[in-house]
Design a protein around this ligand. Structure first.
Ligand code: GTP
Ligand code: ZN
Length: 309
């Protein structure tokens, strides 16, 4: 292999064995991975080689992190080399706390900073309820942001969006969220031309087939320092790659009491002298572990133990 023919690039969209690579001077071309070792995800830095009109990916450079989920059947990688994950939920449809927790745990496991944004603040009543449910997550130290991506009052939109943009400035952010939370609306607000780009990428990658691309990276600014990556919804957020004994360390409210346990390898499920169980018994809710969160912990612990032999 002649090293001189290799050029650097960034994977900006992926679809099976066709990926869209952007060169440092802004050109985009379709590349095909050569063999299993060069299978990429969006956000990957690669070295590629030109073929007649397309390219082959010869090498994937080492990843800083890889955000993914894993269930019994498959591993689904979302993206690599992320600075943060924006978990976008909304007043309506009502969000699942279990799904939110799973996304947060996946981010913690890869040491990627999560930001939680609650959209549709114009729907006052359901928004108030959802905001209250999120209070414990703010107490755990997560950044929590209200949003109205499609509000009646334009002024509110501008301030909230400006705040979000400030958090995104100079970073690569993966946007995750359940169906209907407003992901497309957000992308369109951030980049009014994204629609065009999405279609362009879909057409090129699917060569006319009727499938939507999975994940794409968009530049928010002209200088290409701020990037946003969208991804399809996050149903069945499997965490099979996580050892159940590491779970407590990835849930800040549980972790806060796990240091008080008598046994260093406490599972916080039944052991005597368990700091987490004592907290639940003596001051339920007061020390930051809600009944809901403890249930999410114990259910997940069981789920992750089952899939391990
Ligand atoms: N009331 C209200 N509705 C909103 C707001 N933002 C988005 N919506 C609406 O919520 C619906 C869902 O928004 P989308 O942007 O399509 O949501 P999505 O997350 O991309 O959904 P999927 O494509 O299913 O994953 C649309 O009808 C939007 O118009 C908001 O701030 N307030
Ligand atoms: Zn314990």
């Amino acid at each position: 292999m002649n090293q001189h023919l290799l050029e650097p690039g960034l994977v900006v969209a992926g679809h099976g064995r066709h990926v869209w690579v952007e060169t440092p001077d802004g050109r985009r071309l379709i590349c095909h991975p050569r063999g299993k070792k060069s299978v990429t995800v969006v956000g990957d830095q690669v070295l590629w080689k030109a073929t007649q009109d397309e390219g082959t990916i010869e090498k994937v450079l080492p990843r800083r992190n890889l955000f993914y989920r894993q269930d019994e059947i498959r591993t689904k990688s979302f993206a690599a080399n992320l600075d943060q994950v924006l978990i976008l939920i909304a007043a309506e449809p009502e969000f699942s706390e279990s799904q939110l927790s799973r996304a947060l745990i996946a981010a913690e496991a890869e040491r990627i900073r999560p930001i939680i944004a609650l959209n549709k603040s114009d729907l006052a009543e359901p928004f108030g309820r959802a905001w209250d449910r999120l209070g414990i997550y703010r107490d755990m130290g997560y950044t929590l942001l209200p949003l109205a991506l499609k509000p009646k009052a334009e002024g509110a939109l501008a301030t909230e969006l400006a705040l979000l943009l400030e958090l995104m400035q100079g970073k690569t952010t993966l946007v995750l969220g359940p169906s209907g939370s407003g992901k497309s609306t957000l992308i369109n607000r951030l980049l009014p031309h994204a629609d065009v780009l999405t279609n362009e990428i879909s057409t090129a990658l699917n060569s006319g087939k009727h499938t939507t691309t999975s994940t794409s990276l968009y530049w928010v600014d002209e200088a290409k320092t701020t990037a946003v990556i969208d991804s399809p919804g996050f149903q069945e957020f499997g965490l099979n790659h996580i050892d159940p004994m590491h779970l407590a360390g990835l849930m800040p409210d549980i972790k806060a009491h796990a240091g008080d346990c008598k046994f260093y390898n406490c599972s916080h499920l039944h052991e005597p002298g368990c700091g987490v169980l004592n907290q639940m018994k003596e001051a339920p809710g007061a020390g930051g572990i809600s009944a809901n969160r403890y249930k999410i912990y114990s259910d997940l612990f069981a789920e992750l133990s089952q899939t391990r032999y």
